[in-house]
Ligand binder design. Structure first.
Ligand code: ATP
Ligand code: MG
Length: 176
């Protein structure tokens, strides 16, 4: 019972990051220390980033990405996205081994693996070398099969309907 869980929220439907944030809220309410490290997403004044400030120091919220990855011809070169992802991973590794944190959330890390910004072996090694009691939550679509095999809990959220399909843009308080 002392062993932390490895939890994956994946799938093409909306709710993966939201589920991770729900976990963060729940754990921090118990006085547990939660670190949420976001891959790909750049620092923006989202509702979650602003609310996290009010839950400090139990909750820390760090966005280490450079934003939407658009490939070789994008405004931000792939090399910069890779560097940002490597920095996020090394911070995550430190958090995983420190013993200070109770829950570590690696948001959008599955996408970072899928896009080739992060090596799946590095993710698996991070999980294997974590403090035994630490819970780790990994989110993002297309979770790697080796991560799914290693995890204790995997939820796949399927896309049944999304207003985006009707041209409705992201909504404050719902999507950011
Ligand atoms: P959320 O952060 O809302 O929990 P998510 O983490 O499951 O969503 P991501 O793939 O990280 O989903 O994408 C984040 C953004 O994309 C959100 O604004 C979300 O509403 C939107 N989104 C998620 N799933 C879909 C979908 N199937 N079609 C269109 N937009 C989507
Ligand atoms: Mg997400």
């Amino acid at each position: 019972m002392d062993q932390g869980l490895v939890i994956v929220f994946t799938g093409s439907g909306k709710g993966k990051t939201s589920a991770a944030l729900g976990t963060a809220l729940r754990a921090s309410g118990h006085g547990m220390y939660v670190s949420m490290v976001q891959f790909i997403k750049s620092p923006l004044p989202t509702g979650e980033a602003q609310a996290a400030g009010r839950l400090a120091p139990e909750l820390e919220f760090i966005s280490m990405g450079r934003g939407f990855v658009t490939g070789e011809k994008g405004a931000i070169p792939l090399s910069e996205h890779r560097k940002a992802a490597a920095d996020a991973l090394s911070l995550a590794r430190q958090r995983a081994r420190s013993g200070y944190w109770d829950v570590l959330i690696l948001d959008e890390i599955n996408n970072a693996v899928k896009l080739g910004l992060v090596d799946i072996e590095d993710v698996l090694n991070l999980v294997r070398s974590k403090q035994p009691k630490l819970h780790v939550v990994l989110t993002g679509r297309d979770a790697h099969p080796d991560l799914i095999a290693l995890a204790d809990l995997v939820s796949e959220i399927s896309d049944v309907k999304h207003p985006f399909e009707r041209g409705v843009p992201a909504r404050k308080g719902i999507d950011f």
